[in-house]
Design a protein around this ligand. Structure first.
Ligand code: NAI
Length: 349
């Protein structure tokens, strides 16, 4: 089923409002989910709505959070999300980080006690839209084997970066530190498709292609990806005084409790370094340079990070966003949720 951005936004907002969110917060979550679907990151789009709706309905997301923002220094601050929806908390915290970086050149804002915040590209692009460099990292539930381990310890701990070029184009790099995000496994499940044998392990710690047998994910690039996910956990967990490592709450463990997750935004103002004009000029030049690199056999061209997502967004803008039929049927139905996620287990079945 193909839907326009506006149609998808309305369906998601209505469902989340019906589950119990205020209209304002429901719309804020829909902004981030539609952003993800529109960029082809379906693992973090509309397919998450039913899970959020179940958590909202069961009280594991605070419908009426008391957001608090406290500056702790000229360039540092803490945003407390009171276990409301992470998408809205992380967006508001980035709004504040942008104001601080405009004034002081740099801002580091810790986002404490939020729910899942979705695709981090949304938040770093807020910074790039404001002519700033944005970096964001966040915790995620422990489901990744550390290098050499047979049990999960870290989350899929994503990191994202965006930098503005000329003409409103950005370089946007946004990835889980696992070979694939957990949502990609969920996407494979929703389509009943196998996964590559490099993504995940089963309960024996052996690699599996069956998305339903996944018991832990694998970090990217062995010990290097493992080191990156450690860094993300230190910055968005330990630095903010939050639970860390395998003490981070699981997405599917208890849908009645807030998750107390952490995220960290770092915003840098190029005006305080190379100067905004020459920075944007050079970012655009690097995009062009990359596009002009001779492609290797089997590749049509070299893309800069985020380019294909931006092109997909343009195509979807024109032709509509492709949404899996089951998800569309759920969105248009009267059902709030089907009690499908509260398995008291780290892994949804
Ligand atoms: P991905 O593997 O789809 O893409 C990773 C990066 O590689 C992107 O920046 C993309 O633009 C770039 N890329 C892909 N193909 C390329 C090509 N041919 N040329 C140049 N660049 C290319 O991303 P992944 O790891 O599956 O993550 C998906 C989303 O999941 C992200 O938005 C991430 O923030 C989100 N996530 C959120 C979590 C949370 O707890 N909030 C946890 C884990 C992931």
């Amino acid at each position: 089923m193909r839907l326009s951005k506006e149609q998808l936004h309305e369906l998601i907002s209505k469902k989340l409002h019906k589950a119990g969110l205020t209209e304002d917060h429901a719309s804020g979550v829909a902004d981030v989910l539609v952003h993800a679907d529109a960029r082809g990151v379906h693992s973090h789009g509309a397919m998450r709505v039913e899970y959020y709706a179940e958590r909202i309905a069961k009280g594991g997301l605070n419908n009426n959070p008391d957001f608090k923002f406290e500056k702790t220094g000229p360039c540092s601050a803490i945003f407390d999300g009171d276990n409301g929806v992470g998408h809205v908390g992380a967006k508001l915290a980035m709004d504040e980080a942008i104001k601080m970086a405009k004034e002081n050149g740099i801002a580091v804002v810790g986002v404490r006690r939020i729910g899942h915040s979705g695709a981090l590209s949304y938040f770093v692009q807020q910074a790039a839209d404001a002519d700033l460099v944005g970096i964001s990292v966040c915790q995620s539930d422990p489901m990744v084997v550390p290098f050499g381990g047979a049990e999960p310890y870290y989350g899929t701990n994503p990191l994202a970066f965006a930098a503005p070029g000329k003409d409103g184009k950005h370089i946007t790099f946004d990835m889980a530190t696992t070979v694939q995000a957990w949502g990609k496994v969920l996407h494979a499940r929703s389509k009943n498709e196998p996964i590559p044998d490099t993504w995940a392990v089963d309960s024996n710690g052996e690699s599996t292609t069956d998305p339903f047998k996944v018991n832990a994910l694998m970090p990217i690039a062995g010990p290097k990806g493992y080191g990156l996910m450690m860094m993300v956990d230190v910055l968005s967990g330990i630095l903010l005084g939050l639970p860390f490592g395998n003490k981070v709450s699981s997405m599917y463990h208890d849908l009645t409790e807030g998750r107390n997750l952490g995220q960290l935004h770092i915003v840098i103002n190029p005006e305080f370094f190379a100067g905004l004009g020459s920075f944007k000029e050079a970012i655009s030049q690097t995009m062009q340079d990359l596009n002009e690199i001779k492609p290797a056999p089997g590749y049509n061209q070299v893309y800069y990070p985020g380019q294909r997502s931006a092109e997909r967004e343009e195509a979807y803008e024109r032709d509509g966003i492709e949404i899996v039929d089951d998800i569309y049927e759920y969105l248009i139905s009267d059902v709030v949720h089907n009690n499908a996620y509260d398995h008291k287990s780290p892994f949804a079945k």
